[in-house]
Design a protein around this ligand. Structure first.
Ligand code: HEM
Ligand code: HEM
Length: 228
């Protein structure tokens, strides 16, 4: 399995970022919703510290993920994807990236304006505040964090639903090629290779310069992903 993505498959690092972040966001959502319901006693502090520390890891992973994406262009869209759908997917992914930053940053902002106590990363070192204490902004920061989270949940559910439609209705292997450990299998699966559009015709294809992408044959409507 290659670290880098190519015209047909996601690389293992892109997959690692995708699924680690998904997992941590689920943990963060559950922990966040649980901890705010607890009675306001000192015993809640470890939950808050854990939430803030894991949230900072999500933020760091989002930065690394986007930086890696600059060096690791995404694979081509399946040939069956209509133009409007490819544009919609692109907008949805951009929104997801935006929320990946907005949610932890708004949490950090909320923590800073309330400034109850310094934020300690897993008790190891202090993380500075990003804004001065300001009780007037507390409500706004809280709303941004809470509603940003619910918007992320909504967009991610739509995004996951589209991944399932691609995989099980269109049967173009979109989900399979993002799953961990399946890169090698898809590399040799002719059905997936032939279901990709030629690189030059794709609106959301960053491999247009790649000779291997340009060599991908046009769609075969009969082609089906055997892993689907
Ligand atoms: C992707 C990362 C994050 C997710 C998904 C997330 C999610 C949530 C959720 C769902 C809540 C409950 C909101 C409510 O119902 O009131 C919450 C609360 C909170 N979050 Fe986050 N959070 C993340 C990152 C962070 C970060 C990085 C910080 C701070 C550095 C932070 C600080 C807080 C605080 C202080 C609260 C409690 C708000 C209150 O006491 O009312 N969060 N978070
Ligand atoms: C918090 C939840 C999620 C976030 C923030 C997220 C974010 C993203 C982003 C930003 C991309 C685009 C990658 C790029 O172009 O660089 C992507 C791709 C993808 N995601 Fe997610 N995702 C989430 C959950 C899910 C879930 C639950 C599934 C499936 C059940 C899924 C399946 C996929 C697939 C299959 C792709 C590749 C699409 C393609 O090849 O065109 N994602 N995700």
């Amino acid at each position: 399995m290659s670290l880098k993505s190519d015209a047909q498959r996601w690389g293992s690092l892109a997959k690692f970022f995708h699924w680690t972040i998904v997992l941590l966001i689920i943990v963060q959502g559950v922990l966040g919703l649980y901890m705010v319901e607890l009675p306001k006693k000192p015993s809640i502090i470890p939950y808050y510290n854990l939430h803030k520390s894991v949230g900072m890891i999500v933020l760091a992973l989002a930065v690394l993920r986007l930086a890696w994406r600059a060096f690791d262009p995404r694979p081509a869209e399946p040939a069956s994807t209509p133009h409007w759908q490819a544009l919609g997917a692109r907008a949805g992914h951009a929104l997801l990236y935006g929320l990946l930053f907005a949610v932890p940053l708004s949490g950090w902002w909320f923590d800073s304006v309330t400034a109850l106590r310094p934020m300690a990363f897993f008790g190891l070192f202090e993380i500075p505040h990003i804004a001065a204490p300001n009780p007037e902004l507390k409500q706004l920061a809280h709303a941004a964090h809470e509603w940003g989270f619910w918007l992320l949940v909504l967009v991610a559910c739509g995004h996951a639903a589209m991944a399932f439609v691609h995989q099980f209705v269109n049967r173009d292997g979109t989900l399979a090629r993002m799953l961990p450990g399946r890169g090698g299998e898809l590399a040799t699966a002719p059905a997936v290779a032939t279901s990709l559009k030629p690189a030059s015709t794709l609106p959301e294809n960053d491999h247009a310069e790649s000779p291997s992408a340009a060599a991908i044959p046009a769609a075969d409507p009969a082609a089906r992903d055997p892993g689907a």
